[in-house]
Design a protein around this ligand. Sequence first.
Ligand code: CP
Ligand code: NVA
Length: 303
Amino acid sequence: MMKKVRHFKTLLDINKNEFLSIIKRAVELKKLQTNNEYPDTLRKKIMAMIFKKNSTRTRISLESSMSKLGGHAIYLSSDSSQLSRGESLADTAKVLSGMVDIIAIRTHSHEEVLELSANSTVPVINALTTKFHPCQLLADMQTLYEEKGQLSDKKVAWVGDGCNMCNSYINASKILGFHLNIATPHGFEPDEETLKNASDTAELCDLPGKAVEGCDLVTTDVWSSMGDEHDHDKRKVLFKGYQINQNLMDKANESAIFLHCLPAHRGEEVAAEVIDGASSRVWQQAHNRLYSSQALIEFLLNN
Ligand code: CP
Ligand code: NVA
């Protein structure tokens, strides 16, 4: 019987046990590689990476993951491939499926990930769309797990734009069971359907101060995501009360940590005193992108 191909379009493509096993494997891979041990689990495997948006962490972590575990990655920017000359993602998927073992895509609309995965016979990884950023959540949850242990009993606050990162936090809360408070300015709420689907674990709060109360993790993202830069001046005014500064962190649990997927804008969504302060774990979080990517690729290729 043909094996069913597993895609990673959103976090909802994996269940709780799978999510936890990816995190635990990431921790294990980190330990091994800290001791200079590199398992050959991706030997001869090739990843094609279609990137229509800028990236530092995601690109490097995926390429590096493939190389470190014995495989190889091929970066395909949209302007240098036939995609920018009108070849469809469906046709691209059918071609690449016969040449590589796995495909990652970073693009604008989530529908493009759906089109690519529907036409691919190899696993497709969503490396960010305007709607979701599931890879980042694997690293965030790995970091929370390393810092605080069990995840299901934790309280998390999202303060800021209801963007792709916020939507993926909502999905993570649904799968893992932690409670998520969300404070966004009016008009910048997360995706309605995603929130409705996680109504047992995620809720909107009126004020940032209320959202962070009793929380173990406080997190945010830029006020203008890629593609939203045109109304940044307007956003700067509307988001003014949504900065994560020390005053806000003091309202969370004393041992609360701060995470940010990066890149960050100090003085906007986060004050330097927080991102560069004692509660920040953003560098650990960024480094965990490498190990959580490795664990994800192993998981998708071994299923
Ligand atoms: N956090 C993240 O995805 O960073 P990049 O945009 O640099 O990949
Ligand atoms: N919300 C941000 C995340 C960048 C990693 C964006 O989409 O630009």
